[in-house]
Design a protein around this ligand. Structure first.
Ligand code: SF4
Ligand code: SF4
Length: 234
């Protein structure tokens, strides 16, 4: 599964490369404490980092743990389902002023090579510090939504949550510290949302033709049947 997730990241990188972006090293205005990721992405981060870097990761999160952070009430595929079923969406709170991501150091990401999709998808055609917010072409927004949906589908039996919560949970499952984080049990606290399979793809009519080959590629990556799971091999 982790290999397929990596293939999805690589496919996204190839697609987005053709868009002229202002993003670059040291530009970190979008690195807030509000990033969301799936449990599988958290597992990829902890599995691919060597043990000393996992310990640094744990220290950074516990030291910089954000008191206020975006905690999702609905997954992306759940959101798409509710929209199509014309059901009221839950109200959510999300404010970049709540602070930086605890994994940001001197305006650089300390896990850049394994960062989750939520970070990869945060792109802008103009410098956010000059324009006040990210300027994302509508086409890129559609690509981002569909990739978020595919990544959740790949982990449809798992959960999603805030990066700080999900990484603490995953690190405790990996027993990197020997400590338990009982308050990060995905089943009995409101920190995590259940992932869902794709029922409806969020593609507006004007992007359907352009998205067709991308959807075919993604579909192949998320639906190629059972594979050997290398995620526990270090
Ligand atoms: S999205 Fe904005 S803040 Fe983030 S790297 Fe790109 S230009 Fe910088
Ligand atoms: S994980 Fe890295 S890229 Fe993502 S928000 Fe944190 S510092 Fe930024």
């Amino acid at each position: 599964m982790i290999d397929r997730l990596n293939d999805i990241y690589e496919l996204y990188d190839r697609i987005i490369r053709s868009t002229a972006l202002a993003c670059g090293p040291g530009c970190a205005g979008c690195c807030t404490c509000n990033v969301i990721l799936t449990g599988l992405e958290a597992r990829m981060i902890t599995d691919r980092l060597p043990s000393p870097r996992r310990e640094i990761l744990h220290a950074a999160i516990t030291h910089g743990f954000p008191a206020k952070r975006y905690i999702p009430k609905m997954s992306t595929n759940g959101f798409a389902r509710l929209c199509m079923e014309d059901v009221d969406l839950p109200e959510e709170e999300n404010d970049p002023a709540w602070g930086n991501c605890p994994l940001l150091e001197n305006d650089l990401c300390t896990i850049y090579d394994v960062r989750p999709f939520g970070c990869r998808a945060m792109v802008s055609e103009t410098h956010c510090r000059e324009t006040g917010s990210a300027q994302m072409p509508p086409w890129v927004l559609t690509v981002n939504n569909v990739f978020l949906q595919a990544i959740e589908h790949l982990d449809q039996n798992g959960h999603s949550g805030n990066l700080s919560d999900m990484l603490l949970l995953t690190l405790s499952e990996n027993a990197v510290t020997g400590q338990e984080h009982q308050n990060h049990d995905p089943k009995n606290k409101g920190l995590f949302v259940k992932n869902e399979s794709i029922k409806y793809l969020m593609i507006p009519p004007e992007h359907r033709a352009r998205m067709a080959p991308i959807v075919r590629n993604l579909s192949h990556l998320i639906n190629t049947g059972p594979e050997t799971d290398h995620s526990n091999h270090r």
